[in-house]
Design a protein around this ligand. Structure first.
Ligand code: ATP
Length: 230
């Protein structure tokens, strides 16, 4: 995992608090929109580690056609040796719906009360946040950082507006004053209009998806015969 590079993993004076993010998703399959966002997010927020966590049983959508083990394998292939990104299998080790609130609790336990913990969501996922399991508790455990996605701008629903009222900050410094509880919206430099839905559709139609996902992920898909029409 990211531990070897963690500045705080070396005990001693001058140790800084861990700054860690969770980017959960179906990753069906992982693509450059996910991976480039994770890299730029790490850069912009000065994160030690971005835990990319495939949902074993996504609670808010139909079950993916590809198993969580296979989605994790593609994520591992996509990350390769990228510094600071970690393919985290913790949701595969839990039965039942993969609620983010439970995953955040386990990260909080691992990193401690003072660690700066961020849950990252794309704007499309953010719009549904008020309907997730225990949405208020998410902010009791972590900050929420929302990344802009091309073609996904929309006004915030009222329940979401209420949930985030008074939490929004504009800078990483303001975000990390506290371990949790704040919200920041970010437009990362490379906003890529790539979606797994489009990739699955093109693969089913026998069209090319080259340059939308890392080569090792595409090789895995081809080798395992994933996303072909029946
Ligand atoms: P699908 O098309 O199957 O819904 P997806 O491409 O949106 O999949 P997910 O695995 O559902 O991918 O996304 C995981 C997280 O990554 C979500 O928070 C989502 O908003 C975010 N995300 C997905 N694609 C991008 C992208 N191109 N840029 C920024 N964030 C993204």
């Amino acid at each position: 995992m990211c531990a070897a590079e963690h500045p705080y993993s070396t005990a001693g004076a001058g140790r800084r608090l861990p700054h860690v993010a969770m980017l959960g998703g179906t990753f069906d399959p992982v693509h450059l929109g996910h991976l480039r966002s994770a890299v730029e997010l790490r850069m912009q927020l000065g994160l030690d580690c971005v835990h990319m966590i495939p949902a074993h049983v996504p609670p808010h959508r139909a079950a993916p056609g590809v198993s969580s083990a296979e989605r994790l394998a593609m994520l591992r292939a996509g990350i390769g040796d990228t510094p600071g990104l970690y393919a985290d299998d913790r949701e595969l080790r839990r039965e039942g719906p993969s609620y983010s609130v439970d995953t955040l609790r386990s990260l909080r336990e691992e990193y401690g009360d003072e660690a700066r913990l961020v849950m990252v969501v794309g704007h499309d996922a953010f719009l549904k946040l008020a309907h997730w399991q225990d949405p208020k508790a998410l902010f009791d455990i972590a900050h929420v950082v929302v990344i802009a996605r091309p073609d996904h701008a929309a006004p915030l629903p009222q329940a979401l507006q209420k949930l985030i009222d008074g939490r929004e900050v504009q800078t990483p410094e303001a975000l990390f004053e506290t371990p949790e509880g704040r919200l920041m919206q970010l437009a990362l430099p490379s906003r890529l209009a790539v979606s797994a839905t489009a990739i699955r559709r093109w693969l089913q139609q026998g069209e090319s998806v080259r340059y939308l996902l890392p080569e090792p992920v595409l090789s895995h898909i081809t080798r395992a015969g994933l996303y072909r029409s029946a």
